[in-house]
Design a protein. Sequence first.
Length: 536
Amino acid sequence: MPNSVPSRPSLLVVLALAVGFALAHTQSPLFYSNQNQYLLHGLAAAGYRHLDHDWLATTRDPTPLFSAGVALAYSCAGLWSLQVAYFGLLVGYFLAAWWLVCAIPGLSATNRAAISFAAVFMVAHAAIFRLASVWLTGTDYPWNFQAGVAGQYVLGPGLQPSVFGVLLVASVAAFANNRPLLAAGMGAVAAILHPTYLLPAALLTVGIMIGLCTGGRWRTAVGAGGLALVIVTPVVAYSLATFPIDDTGSFAESQRILAEVRIPHHSVVARWFDLVAGLQVAWIAIGIGSVRKTRLFLPLLVPAVGAVALTLVQVATHDHTLALLFPWRISSVLVPVSTAILAAKLVARFPQSRFWSWLSGVVFVGSVLGGVGVTVLGLGYRMNEAEQPLLEYIHEHVATGDVYLIPTRIPPVGAGRGSVSTSFTPPPRPKPGSNLIPVDLQRFRLATGVPIFVDFKSVPYAHTEVLEWFRRVRLVEAWYGEKDWDRAGIRAQLVSEGITHVVIPRHEPIRASFLEPLYEDEAYAVYRVHAKEQNR
């Protein structure tokens, strides 16, 4: 009896693998890392506690559609809905990767192949492998197979605008499956949800158009480009109107502050380009080269070459505005796409035997169970536990009109090179001389729901607001650097800035007769600026 033709994997199997992938990847608790910036506008608009009175929440929003989604989700279903949304995007990421590799010649798209692909793909994404790498080497090496250079990525620890880069991965998959209009549309939607993806989406769309033109599909190429342009035009207009580019000295200074002070690990090539980044570039080249005989080749090659060219221009000109457009950000899509492609190529070489099927199943199930264990035991995404009593006290005692001052300074990030993930690195972080920004109290604003004067983690983007942010940071740095606030006359400055409460680390006491003690624990103390002093 002749062998039957292998059937494609059932939808149920693929969905089960995608859900398992999401569980294995894990996600952080809310108010972790970049969420402390990107959730602020949405939660403030939705009436979350007292955040609508926070200064930063009144600045211009760089991601208005994302913020609107956060506000809607919180208003309809509460904070837990944000976790559910990210879980859904993790599922979508795996489905996009599987759809992509199904179009690559050589992979037999069967249930067995799907499980094997999931197992191999897990190695770069599953929390248990990343945690093991940190335990064994001190570095999260698997992360480098899913993230781009300069510490930029699609999948981060939790819901934030960058995760909509999943749509860029899906765009590549759509083109691989001969759906060019869908591909252009999804890339454009990623850009309107996170305008930092405008340049990567544009590079990818140009690659799609060139790929279509070389195949003689000129009309489809024009249609794809036109569709993408129509979708992104409103957000381009919003960005130009809200964050105008001009030739004033204040604009240039704001760009310098963002690029060299706030995010040099993302924007200064000399800071992020190291051996690992070079190997990631080589990984992209291998991935693109492996599909040179398919329709994917030009749509991947063109944005890669364009990104390299623009990066060289930025290095030659030292232009801060170009640096903040992140020409290299397309690598955060090209690296995981290359990982998916090469994982599929590897699986295609697996012998069709019970051993490989059994091994793939063990890796997959172990990754899922490991992810659940990491989550339940709290082995990842750890913050400074000494802050927790402070945050709980303020959360319970905040009142309308309160504005808190917390310790803030420009971190001495040293001259370290390269970029790493710290999702599974236990505190204290960072190590001296590294590129990383200290994480202490970065969740203060969202975890308590109280307005604060300023912190270093969360920053506006309009140039006048960047200068105001920098003024505030410098002011707070000077205040905490002075140990006798009575002698320095700081009370009047606090009052003029509208500050009502002050948080002081216990190991850095300050002399100030006008501060009324309210709370203290082993790590921090809270004071109120005394009402009688305020009325003098």
